[in-house]
Design a protein around this ligand. Structure first.
Ligand SMILES: [Zn+2]
Length: 389
């Protein structure tokens, strides 16, 4: 199945994926998902937010498995798709074993998990739970200035259908399988692990403002160059995050006016920060802003902070997690990455299985998992679904 979608949305220069919400690549993946559902005689249901669900059986208290098919810019082949294909593979395996589930089993593909196009991660699942309002979502703009409402309309979807759904009324449990985004399983010498928690994390926009001027005619001491404070902030972010055992990343930058021979008037940078608990995360961002202001003041520049999103800490359902860990004899581990499972977790008992990633690299074309480990993931998911259904 991964081979069948290997070319969809792949950038031939980098080998990475650009599978953004409602793009041509995303539409092709949706079609692929619908085809896999049809092939298995599973009834396909797409909610108003673009989340796809393939049902084996009908009724309440369904067991939801699955993940997402979209990607970050230049993403890898496994983040998201591994969970979806493993879910279909688990259905095949259970049927081959003659298993008759006592509750419906649903394979899901959540829309826009990465937030690569509209800036909000887990938009599809957050709309389902009401954590993200329809009004806010529909007015989000992509980098071309198109709103989600316009983009969905162009794809034949009705923006009026966006918003909270009754999915949670029919789902009793959610288990998301995902490639590990770290090296814990390498250290514990296990192919599969069970998640304990997701760190709180967020996205902030920092606007460093100064004065545009000539790169040649302006004396160094006369400049109000906001790039200087930005650079100092990036260096400080690494030190502060390292000292706190947290994570801080600047991965996106816009420079105005953006001329090689012009001192910038504004540097707009986006911070992604994560920490083991919310107090530590707040402290990290506060300390970083203190450093940013201290760097900006002497240059006569300023820095402003806008919070774009903050996701609270998630502790997965403890009885479910313990049951899975003992069923699979698998280690338990926390993660610094956000997932749809984290969004659903406050509403339904939710668990995550991680599949070993030999390099720990993710959100990169180099993301990888061995075939044997992917197979172990399918077997683990099959065991879990059989035990829970
Ligand atoms: Zn993912």
């Amino acid at each position: 199945m991964l081979e069948a979608i290997a070319e969809i949305g792949r950038d031939p220069r980098t080998g990475g994926y650009r599978r953004f919400a409602w793009s041509d690549a995303d539409m092709a993946l949706r079609e692929w998902f619908a085809g896999e559902a049809a092939e298995r005689g599973m009834e396909l249901d797409e909610d108003g937010n673009g989340n796809q669900f393939a049902w084996w059986g009908t009724g309440d208290d369904a067991l939801l498995i699955g993940s997402h098919l979209d990607s970050v810019p230049d993403g890898g082949a496994y983040d998201g798709p591994l969970g979806v294909v493993s879910s279909f593979a688990a259905v095949d395996e259970l049927r081959a074993q003659g298993h008759t589930p006592k509750r419906p089993i649903v394979v899901g593909n959540f829309a826009d998990e990465e937030g690569a196009r509209f800036g909000i991660a887990c938009a599809g699942s957050q709309l389902v739970t009401g954590a993200l309002s329809a009004d806010k979502a529909l007015s989000l703009k992509d980098r071309d200035g198109q709103t989600l409402a316009e983009v969905m309309t162009a794809r034949g979807r009705d923006p009026r259908a966006v918003g909270r759904t009754d999915l949670l009324d029919s789902i009793g449990t959610f288990v998301e399988l995902h490639v590990e985004q770290g090296r814990s399983l390498i250290h514990s010498d296990a192919a599969v692990g069970v998640a304990t928690a997701i760190w709180p994390h967020g996205r902030w926009r920092l606007d460093f403002c100064g004065e545009a001027n000539h790169a040649g005619a302006t004396l160094m001491e006369d400049r109000h160059d906001p790039m200087q404070a930005y650079a100092a902030t990036v260096i400080a972010a690494r030190r502060l995050a390292t000292d706190a055992g947290a994570r801080a990343t600047f991965g996106r930058l816009e420079v105005e006016p953006g001329g090689t021979n012009a001192i910038p008037s504004r540097v707009r940078a986006w911070l992604d920060a994560r920490a083991a608990d919310e107090g530590q995360l707040d402290k990290l961002v506060d300390a970083l802003m203190h450093q940013a202001r201290s760097a900006a003041d002497p240059d006569g520049t300023t820095v402003g902070l806008t919070t774009e999103s903050v996701s609270p800490a998630v502790e997965f359902d403890v009885p479910l997690r313990d049951r899975l860990a003992s069923l699979l004899d698998a280690p338990v581990l926390p993660t610094g990455a956000g997932h749809d499972a984290g969004v659903l977790s406050p509403h339904v008992p939710t668990a995550m299985l991680f599949v070993r990633n030999p390099t720990g690299v993710s959100h990169s074309p180099a993301e990888f998992a061995e075939d044997a480990d992917c197979q172990a993931g399918v077997e683990a998911l099959t065991t879990v679904v059989r035990a829970l259904s």
